[in-house]
Design a protein around this ligand. Structure first.
Ligand SMILES: Nc1ncnc2c1ncn2[C@@H]1O[C@H](COP(=O)(O)OP(=O)(O)O)[C@@H](O)[C@H]1O
Ligand SMILES: [Mg+2]
Length: 222
């Protein structure tokens, strides 16, 4: 599903944020991307989401060459990818339902389709009954679950999560990782970037470790 070969990314600095990255992720895999702060994890996710472009090398997602996409093709790529952030990025004046529905509204889904699918994903993250609440009225763990529901609402093939447990305590972190693992079990390919090694020690999975922009270990799939 994802194939990076010899990818390098420099932000106008001497040291590249990523250098000579070779990485293959198969459809249906669950991969932790680890490494200290500054190692290049976020940059790698941004390349996958086409938010940044590599300077060298090639990146294919489902046989499409991502570095040569035209500007107008990028939204179509993004529709197949869900993204979850450390700080949730919910809209505070919108309800749980409205936040979750947003990606469907953007693609022009009908009210009826939206209602049905939002119920489905809110059930998946165990938030049925909270539809009308504002994000500030629910806990941090619940807010992250809304963000995950929103990321899943358009049936993405790939779910990317950047430090999704960075604002949560250990127990809630484990809950969120188990939820992501569960989503993966239903077929979505999942890549989770985190520098919290303790958070992932309890979840069996392939681990790719970055150090100063290079892959230093690339655990094989289970
Ligand atoms: N927008 C940017 N402009 C300049 N340098 C950046 C930018 N984003 C990241 N970097 C640099 O790239 C390196 C990798 O950063 P990042 O991908 O955010 O790592 P991580 O997510 O592992 O903490 C760091 O040295 C960081 O300072
Ligand atoms: Mg980061």
């Amino acid at each position: 599903m994802i194939r990076m070969s010899h990818v390098t990314k420099t932000y106008g600095e001497i040291e590249p944020a990523l250098s000579d990255i070779n990485l293959e992720i198969k459809k249906g895999e669950f991969v932790f991307l680890t490494g200290a702060s500054g190692a290049g994890k976020t940059t790698l996710l941004k390349l996958l989401f086409c938010e940044e472009r590599g300077d060298h090398g090639e990146l294919f997602i489902n046989d499409r060459n991502i570095f040569t996409l035209k500007e107008r093709e990028i939204p179509y790529l993004r529709r197949t990818i869900g993204f979850v952030f450390q700080d949730f990025k919910l809209i505070h004046r919108k309800t749980v339902f409205e936040n979750t529905a947003l990606p469907m509204e953007i693609v022009g889904a009908s009210r009826k389709e939206i209602k049905k699918r939002v119920q489905e994903v809110l059930e998946m993250v165990q938030l049925l009954g909270h539809e009308r609440k504002l994000p500030d009225a629910i806990s941090a763990g619940e807010q992250q679950r809304v963000a995950i529901a929103r990321a899943m609402v358009n049936h993405p093939l790939l779910l990317l999560a950047d430090e999704p447990t960075g604002n949560l305590d250990e127990m809630l972190s484990l809950e969120i990782l188990e939820l992501l693992k569960n989503i993966n079990a239903f077929g979505t390919t999942v890549v989770v970037a985190t520098h919290q090694r303790h958070a992932i020690s309890q979840i069996a999975s392939r681990m790719v470790t970055l150090l100063h922009g290079k892959i230093v270990s690339n655990g094989k799939s289970e």
